[in-house]
Design a protein around this ligand. Structure first.
Ligand SMILES: Nc1ncnc2c1ncn2[C@@H]1O[C@H](COP(=O)(O)OP(=O)(O)OP(=O)(O)O)[C@@H](O)[C@H]1O
Ligand SMILES: Nc1nc2c(c(=O)[nH]1)N=C(CO)CN2
Length: 278
């Protein structure tokens, strides 16, 4: 399976003409106008190329019909909204589609000045993320089970989860043992949207932040998000301390032994061996 950032093949559609009613001005909604839609769709077409079987790729006829129906059956003010909603629906609906660069042009934009087109282009894709789970209060197994259930939704697909492991508390050690695991997901959420969702799930588990590194019903941390290296006041990716935590590295080694830390340039197997040798 292709992961975003890796080499990709594309199926392309250029300037599909659709008459629809999007626009900020009431007359645009009432009278309608022409839109031109182009899509560069990331799909692994190797299998189709070798098998000559349409089932192994995206059928561009079906895609054009899907785009046309979406454009005609909805009315939005902004073409920004049209591209955003359409890209998301396509990524959710077509299983082989991993990424999309979508452009919508308005050749008749009613601005009273001569222009060829006004247009919006966005790039959206599925992202591969790894999330660590931990609990050391109440029924920890149930908290982890329910956390994973809540995580799995249309925009977050839980693909593979490690065994649950009992671990000694790290950091603040005067507290009960933890139950820990890691899970691999594909998501359409941005890193901050994913963090917000994790916080909501922690809240559903009545997680309270009292002591730093203290006991908790459920803790959910983003360990990796693609090969992203990112830091702001709310979010550090890769997780800042993961290479020192056996309760993260061991489950990571189980589900993604060859995944390479984008800063340390070591695989999960190498990092967990390095930690065991300390
Ligand atoms: N990769 C990340 N995943 C989750 N939270 C993060 C991440 N990077 C930064 N944070 C921030 O850390 C804050 C504190 O998180 P939390 O209360 O879960 O900390 P902790 O679990 O006690 O400690 P630690 O984050 O070291 O495991 C969160 O509100 C979040 O904004
Ligand atoms: N064993 C273990 N120790 C911890 C854990 C955890 O999940 N497992 N989480 C912490 C803060 O996130 C602090 N210490």
């Amino acid at each position: 399976m292709l992961i975003s950032g890796e080499k990709m093949d594309y199926v392309n559609i250029n300037n599909l003409e659709i008459f629809a009613n999007h626009g900020v001005f009431p007359e645009e909604n009432f009278l309608g106008q022409k839109f031109l839609v182009s899509a560069k769709m990331g799909v692994d077409i190797r299998k189709a190329g070798l098998s000559d079987d349409l089932n192994n790729t995206l059928n561009y006829g079906e895609i054009c019909q899907y785009i046309t129906d979406f454009m005609k059956n909805n009315t939005f003010k902004l073409i920004e909204t049209v591209v955003e909603r359409l890209a998301e629906k396509m990524l959710l609906n077509f299983e082989l589609l991993k990424s999309i660069e979508l452009t919508i042009k308005k050749p008749w934009a009613p601005i009273g000045l001569p222009l060829e087109t006004a247009s919006i282009t966005i790039k959206r894709s599925w992202h591969r993320a790894f999330i660590a789970l931990g609990s050391n209060m109440g029924d920890s197994k149930a908290y982890l089970d329910n956390g994973l259930k809540s995580l799995n939704c249309d925009k977050i697909k839980v693909l593979k989860t490690s065994e649950y492991m009992v671990t000694k508390a790290y950091g603040y050690t005067d507290q009960p043992d933890f139950l820990n695991a890691c899970t691999m997901v594909d998501t359409l959420l941005t890193p901050h949207e994913l963090l917000d969702r994790l916080h909501e799930i922690e809240k559903e588990a009545h997680r309270e932040r009292i002591i730093r590194w203290g006991p908790r019903t459920l803790d959910l941390d983003i360990i990796f998000y693609d090969k992203l290296i990112f830091e702001d006041d709310e979010l550090v990716i890769p997780h800042i301390d993961m290479e020192n935590r056996d309760f993260v590295l061991f489950p990571m080694k189980e589900i993604a032994p060859n995944f390479r830390h984008p800063i340390l340039n070591k695989t999960m197997t190498q990092l967990s061996e390095q930690l065991s040798d300390r």
